[in-house]
Write a protein that binds this ligand. Structure first.
Ligand SMILES: [Zn+2]
Length: 59
């Protein structure tokens, strides 16, 4: 199981995004950011994805 702590991604948010793989948790994180943080597709830059990847935890 892979998780992303949304707060570590820079949001004031306690959601823990989960996925079975790095790919899936990233995808779920993007969906969460769009749905709950009003992020648009174009706001999600390659740099942001790299940052998010760096805070993915495995459990
Ligand atoms: Zn969040």
């Amino acid at each position: 199981m892979k998780t992303i702590n949304c707060r570590e991604a820079g949001f004031d948010c306690d959601v823990i995004v989960k996925g079975e793989s790095e790919e899936e948790v990233l995808q779920n994180g993007m969906e969460h950011a769009k749905r709950d943080h009003n992020m648009k597709e174009e706001d999600i830059t390659p740099e942001m994805k790299e940052k998010i990847k760096s805070i993915i935890r495995s459990s």
